[in-house]
Ligand binder design. Sequence first.
Ligand SMILES: NC(=O)c1ccc[n+]([C@@H]2O[C@H](COP(=O)([O-])OP(=O)(O)OC[C@H]3O[C@@H](n4cnc5c(N)ncnc54)[C@H](OP(=O)(O)O)[C@@H]3O)[C@@H](O)[C@H]2O)c1
Length: 270
Amino acid sequence: MTAQKWLDRYGPWVVVTGASDGIGRAFAGALADRGFNVVLVARRATALADVAAAIARRNGVATRTIAADLGTAEGVLAVINQTAALDVGLLVAAAGFGTAGPFLTTNLDDELDMIDVNCRAVAALAKMFAARFAARGRGGMILFGSIVAYQGVPNAANYAATKAYVQTLAEGLRQELKRSGVDVLSCAPGPVHSGFAARSRMEMGAAMLPDDVVTGALAALGRKTTVWPGILSKILIGSLATLPRFARTAIMGRIMAGMTKRLHESQSQT
Ligand SMILES: NC(=O)c1ccc[n+]([C@@H]2O[C@H](COP(=O)([O-])OP(=O)(O)OC[C@H]3O[C@@H](n4cnc5c(N)ncnc54)[C@H](OP(=O)(O)O)[C@@H]3O)[C@@H](O)[C@H]2O)c1
């Protein structure tokens, strides 16, 4: 698709949640490079202002920042209200986080907050923007699953469950909204170098760059239901696909045990 066709279909404004860091920040930059005006959403106002300033310097597109906690109803409402007057054609719902470690030891508030940010806010924003996009007969949304979404994952059980929710939501919406001219994509990466690992306290060895996630997702938008960007995620998904669910769960449990080894060690020392 030419740059102009992209803008006609998904522009002129795009809303990117999680734009202060990692994958969301990379999406915001790449979409500004394509000429989109960008609404940047996350909690940290200063980090958002830095991203907005860098985009404005590089591209000269218009930017807005919304500092909002998407774990709250007020935060979600702020995004809906503050974008109401803008002609938004694309939602990139990248805000999210993970928890790791034994479910018996994780913090209940964190687990529930994760459901609010990863699922509840995504459902609310998808519903509101789907209505706007359907009314203008074109638009798109990129939601974030993960390779952990396709089976249970011991030591990241609730995080994997939130991503299973998003995957299922995206699959249903893709078919339902097609008739209204709205493209829906689940972007389901494997490990990515971002702020995610530090926050979730997972250790990642091989991991891809956020820019490569963006390239894969933008190439798939409107063409696929799910994209597993990068070779690592494709290998993992491909090799697990033929196994029964319980076997996939056991393998993902082994992988996650490796990714949370130091967390286990530090917990057993306290
Ligand atoms: N990195 C990976 O390995 C990986 C793999 C598969 C899927 N994913 C998914 O990809 C998405 C993006 O992750 P990432 O790797 O870019 O992580 P990241 O670098 O930690 O970025 C997460 C973004 O979400 C924002 N955020 C977190 N909690 C928020 C809240 N309550 N309200 C508003 N914004 C909030 C953060 O900004 P503030 O802190 O400023 O609020 C930040 O901008 C997530 O949904 C994640 O589950 C990541």
